[in-house]
Design a protein around this ligand. Structure first.
Ligand code: HEM
Length: 298
């Protein structure tokens, strides 16, 4: 072996089994091959890779090349939505337990995912309008409009609507989940209770509000929040994570509208709305208005 070959060779150590990886597809030292098939955990069996990779089923003739990207990106979004909801529910639990540090840590994780959600739109923007048209017709009425996990996220952030619920057929399992979220207190409600326990005067009507209704800004609450920012660094950091999350969702909406405009212009959406015109109306609507209103006073 030359010196160059020696340098290129990965260091496999000198222990038992070094260098015999090709005979051990499940990893050195694995007992995997000793049991009957299916009795041990592997990367593929744990992550259900075969099932996962069988879920991309284009509907266009051919199928059209770009449909694969379209399917995968939507599936990846739905997986991230699932994870975000999982973390938001955890953040609510932590706030209820007054574990502010862990709640903040969890919100930070959600924000980091939100950034990925926004960045992923760049990938879809590599698909030109003409490429999208090669299969768009085959989507029929299917649209992100029908994403129940996105609606769940909106609901838990306080943007609830009976209209969104009414669009789901009675037999859809998603309907039950949405109805539960509709009735449940929002992330903001959990935060307000936490503020009270920290000794801040949160108006009673906010603590006893009908949680199915939109979150209305409150001058009294804003007074308390200004004090949080002036006196309580730890709690004000938590408020900042709420602002991050709020901004993150607004940013996603903005980038999604822009992507829609450049891909289908002002055509109506496959979900039956006026398309970009409808989406524009959802922009710049903060979830936690109070936290934005106080900023000029800080
Ligand atoms: C070429 C790509 C895309 C186009 C042209 C597009 C177009 C649209 C349009 C026109 C709407 C309005 C509703 C309707 O269909 O009438 C919409 C809504 C929506 N889309 Fe997309 N979309 C695309 C990709 C995505 C992706 C990757 C996601 C990720 C999950 C997504 C999620 C959503 C959601 C959640 C809504 C509902 C928004 C709301 O009601 O505020 N879309 N989309």
């Amino acid at each position: 072996m030359t010196d160059e070959e020696r340098t290129a060779e990965p260091d496999r150590g000198s222990g038992e089994g070094a260098g015999d990886e090709p005979d051990r597809p499940y990893g050195a030292g694995s007992q995997a091959q000793e049991g009957p098939p299916g009795s041990y955990l592997t990367y593929a069996s744990y992550l259900k890779i075969d099932e996962l990779l069988s879920l991309q089923q284009p509907v266009s003739d051919g199928p059209e090349h770009d449909e694969m990207l379209f399917i995968i990106i939507h599936q990846v979004y739905e997986l991230w939505f699932k994870e975000v909801l999982h973390e938001v529910d955890f953040a609510v639990k932590l706030l209820r337990e007054d574990d502010l540090a862990s709640a903040q840590h969890t919100l930070k994780r959600i924000l980091t995912i939100m950034k990925v959600l926004v960045a992923q739109l760049d990938i879809l923007e590599t698909m030109t309008p003409v490429e999208f048209l090669t299969f768009r017709e085959r989507l029929e009425e299917a649209s992100g409009f029908q994403s129940h996990q996105f609606r769940e996220l909106e609901f838990v952030m306080g943007a609830k609507s009976q209209w969104a619920i009414s669009r789901y057929p009675k037999h859809e399992p998603a309907l039950k989940r949405l109805e539960q979220r509709y009735e449940a207190p929002t992330l903001w409600d959990a935060f307000l209770l936490c503020l009270t326990r920290e000794g801040y005067p949160v108006p009673r009507e906010l603590l006893e509000r009908d949680v199915t209704q939109p979150i209305e800004p409150s001058p009294e609450l804003q007074e308390a929040l200004v004090n949080v920012y002036r006196r309580d660094p730890a709690l004000s950091e938590l408020c900042e994570r709420f602002v991050d999350l709020d901004e993150g969702l607004q940013e996603w909406r903005y980038r999604h509208v822009k992507m829609v405009e450049r891909t289908i212009g002002m055509k109506p959406g496959s979900g039956g709305s006026a398309g970009a015109e409808y989406l524009r109306k959802t922009l710049f609507k903060p979830a936690f208005q109070d936290l934005w209103d106080i900023r000029g006073r800080l």
